[in-house]
Design a protein around this ligand. Structure first.
Ligand SMILES: [Zn+2]
Length: 331
């Protein structure tokens, strides 16, 4: 399956679709959205409210002319009694059937790109990364069984040894994946800067010989830069180290400002548009949330300033620089 157009995507969470004209105006043609596990208490049973709500958002996006890359559930959401014991043949078969069902239920509104789980190389959830990997493998099998043209990929949390070992397990002999995805936040969560993507892309392309999708990338437009807490610091449950010091440990030149974000995103769009091994990119993200999902506080740098529009949908400078860059590099 070849995509006829470049994937100029956006991570679009939380919002219900009422702001999609603004997203369209910026030039994006793809959105990425999680999809909930569909059933309450039995395979093919009654649908959950969460699934119905998300399906409506996908419907709205489709009607506005977007393509949607769905992110399938991870092991945590598949871990239900009625799917069978985690790691059993029955379990994997039900994972596969669930993913095939998504294709049919969301027919023509989503695909051909599918993101299998989210940053699965991070957490084994007490079951072992081999079981997480096997779940990802059978998720892809399910989707491709229902749509042979589908292009599935996992998104690594970053290019690191554990991530590559994990990807080796998922992309094992006979796999039907069509791309490999990666998330990188150079200059915010990681050392600067945007040009480090070249190394990440090279490593992944060399190893898997598949097109690369930058599934999450971006730059936080606010937050002071403060040293990371010393090793062994005890933090409140759920807190990241950025929540703990209420500041970033990394920055690109100029720090975390809206102007620096605007230029950083321009450079990223140029890089992805021109790179021969990049199939597409999904910018992180559309709008700022009021609170940080990790620590729950208002205005925490860790999660509150990734948007290209603010909490009230007012465009930041990045909205305009992204719009201009999309026109220039993809036009
Ligand atoms: Zn926080």
């Amino acid at each position: 399956m070849k995509l006829k157009e470049k994937v100029i995507g956006l991570n679009y969470y939380h919002n219900d679709g009422h702001d999609l004209d603004m997203v369209k105006e910026a030039g994006f043609n793809w959105l990425r959205r999680y999809v909930a596990f569909p059933w309450k208490d039995a395979m093919y049973g009654e649908l959950t409210e969460e699934y119905i709500r998300l399906r409506k958002v996908i419907q709205v996006a489709h009607e506005k002319g977007f393509k949607v890359m769905v992110t399938t559930p991870g092991l945590r959401d598949f871990n239900k009694d009625f799917l069978g014991p985690v790691g059993s043949d029955e379990f994997y078969e039900n994972v596969m059937k669930t993913c095939a069902w998504y294709v049919n239920d969301l027919k023509r509104m989503v695909g051909p790109l599918w993101c299998i789980g989210n940053e699965l190389d991070h957490f084994d959830q007490g079951h072992g990364l081999d079981i997480v990997a096997e779940t990802a493998f059978w998720s892809c099998e399910g989707i491709v069984s229902a749509d042979p043209d589908a292009l599935c990929g996992i998104n690594l949390s970053r290019v690191w040894d554990q991530g590559l070992e994990f990807a080796d397990m998922v992309y094992r002999e006979g796999h039907k994946f069509g791309f490999i995805g990666d998330d990188q936040y150079f200059g915010s969560w990681q050392r600067p800067g945007i040009e480090k993507w070249y190394d990440a892309i090279d490593i992944l392309y060399e190893r898997y010989k598949l097109p690369i999708v930058a599934v999450e990338w971006g730059y936080s437009s606010s937050g002071e830069t403060k040293p990371a807490p010393p090793e062994g610091t005890i933090m409140k449950p759920g807190y990241t180290s950025v929540c703990h010091v209420f500041g970033w440990h990394y920055e690109v030149e100029g720090g975390h400002t809206e102007e620096v974000q605007a230029e950083y995103l321009r450079q990223g769009i140029e890089l992805f548009a021109k790179h021969p091994h990049v199939l597409g990119q999904f910018l992180f993200k559309w709008s700022d949330p009021k609170t940080c999902w990790a620590c729950g506080r208002v205005g925490c740098p860790a999660e509150c300033f990734w948007g290209i529009v603010d909490t009230n949908l007012n465009p930041k400078p990045a909205y305009y620089s992204v719009k201009k860059a999309i026109k220039e590099y993809y036009g």
